[in-house]
Design a protein around this ligand. Structure first.
Ligand SMILES: [Zn+2]
Length: 273
């Protein structure tokens, strides 16, 4: 099955991009959830962020457990939305490198397509400086593999969504947890009881620095953002409440007016009889 195009809702785009921008040193990845319509357009409406166990450059492997978790999420979403949702693709970031898929990416993508021909890969290239304007540039590409060595680009459209959906909000707040889990696992891998004191202090210091970075770059801004949203939502509720009261008042007035009018109409008919 060849796809016509891919539509990604802007709240999904926001989550993927925030995830991609969360770390400059390593690639991040996740799975995309959505559905294909009858015109072969893929609609991506949610996302599952993945924890990377193997932190080598350009090694983005998804474990069977992670695939299973994502499938369960897709099933939950199907029930909530009453539409068939499934895992339809994967995304990963390319910090400081071009947006184009590497040989490994093309091969990985080809393997996924063996299981599901409509599967897509999306890459976010971040922390790249534009040579002319010297500004930070973000690029996104959506692709499918033709064989083990070549790929084709699939047109990607970011569709505006009126608000951030609950599944996307849930995914957004998992970002700090996932980053901290990765840092914790990396620390556990290099630490053991037999190490000398200096090495242990060094590892602990590197770990502390990484955790502080997650707090500073992700947790604090995210909390501020959510607090602002909460404040705005409370103000919206108050405004709507006032609007509701005013409308109810107006409705009552109109009903009264209507009642007295039909009364005088009745009186008139009685008089004529
Ligand atoms: Zn890659």
């Amino acid at each position: 099955m060849s796809l016509q195009s891919v539509c990604m809702y802007s709240d999904v785009y926001l989550v993927c991009l925030t995830h991609a921008l969360s770390t400059e040193r390593e690639e991040v990845m996740g799975l995309l959830i959505g559905e294909v319509d009858s015109s072969k357009v893929l609609h991506i409406s949610s996302v599952v962020l993945l924890c990377r166990s193997d932190k080598q450059a350009d090694r983005v492997e998804i474990s069977p457990e992670q695939q299973m978790d994502a499938s369960i999420k897709a099933e939950q979403l199907s029930k909530e939305l009453n539409r068939p949702m499934r895992v339809v693709g994967w995304y990963h970031s390319h910090p400081h490198i071009t947006v184009w898929p590497s040989h490994v990416d093309v091969r990985t993508q080809f393997n996924y397509q063996q299981m599901d021909a409509g599967f897509v890969g999306i890459i976010f290239s971040v922390f790249n400086e534009d040579k002319v304007t010297k500004q930070n540039r973000i690029e996104v590409t959506c692709f499918q593999s033709q064989d083990f060595n070549s790929q084709v680009e699939v047109p990607l459209e970011v569709v505006p969504s009126t608000s951030i959906s609950v599944p996307c909000l849930d995914a957004l707040i998992t970002i700090p947890y996932i980053l901290l889990q990765e840092e914790g696992e990396a620390y556990d891998r290099v630490t053991n009881e037999d190490q000398d004191l200096l090495t242990r202090i060094h590892n602990a210091a590197v770990y502390t620095k990484s955790v502080s970075h997650v707090l500073e770059a992700i947790t604090v801004p995210l909390t501020h953002n959510l607090e602002t949203r909460l404040r705005n939502n409370k103000m919206d509720i108050q405004r709507l409440q006032r609007e509701k009261e005013a409308l109810t008042q107006r409705l009552m007035e109109l009903q009264q007016k209507n009642a007295s009018r039909s009364q005088s109409h009745e009186d008139l008919i009685n008089l004529m009889d």
